[in-house]
Design a protein. Structure first.
Length: 153
């Protein structure tokens, strides 16, 4: 199955592709690489999931927020490329987790996004290199921000 068909089978909906909230491009192609700026957990009603993991939400809620960030990144890809089939593979994911100082499960939270990408592009092409790090705060008190690099087909 193609990535578009894989996504359709998930029965998930994409939020609207977000507009930049500062002086940056949310999406940029250089050569055969597609760079996606840091995205937050934008919901279908255009509101953000908010909260700090370890204080306002638990790690399961954080993982769901990371999946929502993944959906937001997919919305940007679809808006700019028209199809997930134009992506050959995930190269890199950087996940930032807004959490308390004693929280230690950053990779578990970012798996919410990584597992989504693996379902869309498959275990080989949907999983790239990754970093998952904790932050003392993130813009608008969002729990997760993720940026990614993709190889174009």
């Amino acid at each position: 199955m193609t990535p578009d068909e894989q996504f359709a089978q998930l029965n998930l909906s994409l939020p609207p592709a977000p507009a930049p909230l500062g002086v940056y491009k949310p999406f940029l192609i250089v050569g055969n690489l597609c760079y996606v700026s840091g995205h937050g957990p934008l919901q279908n009603d255009k509101t953000l999931i908010k909260g700090r993991i370890g204080a306002d939400m638990n790690m399961e809620d954080g993982k769901l927020a990371a999946q929502q960030v993944g959906l937001t990144i997919l919305a940007t890809l679809q808006h700019n490329l028209g199809s997930f089939n134009k992506i050959k593979r995930v190269i890199k994911v950087l996940g930032m987790v807004n959490c308390t100082g004693d929280f230690e499960k950053h990779p578990y939270v970012i798996n919410g996004c990584s597992e989504l990408f693996a379902k869309v592009w498959g275990e080989d092409n949907g999983v790239g290199v990754r970093s998952a790090v904790g932050m003392g705060s993130l813009p608008d008190n969002i729990p997760v921000e993720i940026e990614a690099i993709f190889e174009l087909a």
